[in-house]
Design a protein around this ligand. Structure first.
Ligand code: PEP
Length: 253
């Protein structure tokens, strides 16, 4: 099976007012033609900006130069869930992807694997591709549990209907997110190889699932990380807020 197209996903987190969002989105879109042969570009703005970014980039989205995604979704399609956003709502705004199970959601909102599984299923039912985030804490790595944690999280959150084209997995060691620290290339490769092997046990087309690495990816370290055999892209937090850095990461693919 041919290697899946590299995905460079930007997680803007809770950053940006309307003017910032439009400026950033337009800057990324302006640079997209130069990198689109190498990578699919995805921007995941805060929920408040998705509609604006989606409308601003309508033509660019139609051409497939960039994609838009959500940062989270509720497991249910609608109902009495004050403050939440559902997967069909994101799809209705033009989203193609949604991040689920980010470590900040797991930590700050006590999300566990069964909830992440529910959200991933809801995303697929709405026609979205869930980007399921997994990754160990520093204490778990120090105890030698990184591989077991990642395998347990994937097993607990991968929808039964997962196929190569309808799910993405992001390995994000919790201790590497926003810290400037990254695992060694050998450690990233070890986890990604283990994830690939697990997906091939669970799916007939596991080789086609995109496996992203996330955690302090920058222009300076992107090329060596993206060159690893089972790394098919990156989930980028801080560096996705600067269009030049985000585009440089994509150009390194
Ligand atoms: C993230 O939040 O998904 C992330 C990878 O953040 P950063 O790139 O800032 O470490």
């Amino acid at each position: 099976m041919a290697a899946p197209k590299t995905l460079i996903a930007g997680n803007w987190k809770m950053n940006g007012l309307r003017a910032d969002g439009v400026t950033l989105a337009k800057s990324v879109a302006a640079g997209a033609p130069a990198v689109v042969a190498k990578a699919e570009l995805l921007m995941c703005p805060p929920a408040t900006l998705i509609s604006l970014v989606s409308n601003t980039l309508a033509e660019v989205l139609r051409q497939g130069l960039v994609s838009i995604g959500g940062q989270n979704c509720h497991p249910e399609a609608s109902g009495a869930h004050t403050g939440d956003v559902s997967a069909p709502m994101l799809a209705d705004l033009g989203c193609k992807y949604v991040i689920v199970g980010h470590s900040e959601r797991r930590t700050n909102h006590s999300e566990d694997d069964p909830q992440v599984w529910q959200k991933a299923v809801a995303a697929q039912q709405a026609g979205l591709i869930p980007i399921i985030c997994v990754g160990e804490t520093e204490a778990e790595r120090d105890r030698g549990e990184a591989l077991n944690v990642v395998r347990r999280q994937i097993t607990g959150s991968l929808p039964d209907a997962a196929k190569a084209g309808n799910v993405v997995i992001a390995y994000e060691p919790v201790w590497a997110i926003g810290t400037g620290k990254t695992p060694s290339l050998a450690d990233i490769a070890e986890v990604h190889d283990a994830m690939r092997a697990l997906l091939n046990e669970k799916m007939t087309d596991g080789d086609g699932v995109r496996l992203l690495y996330g955690g302090s990816v920058k222009p300076g370290n992107a090329a060596e990380i993206l060159a690893l055999a089972n790394v098919n892209g990156a989930l980028v937090g801080g560096a996705s807020l600067k269009a030049d850095d985000f585009l440089a990461i994509a150009a390194a693919a």
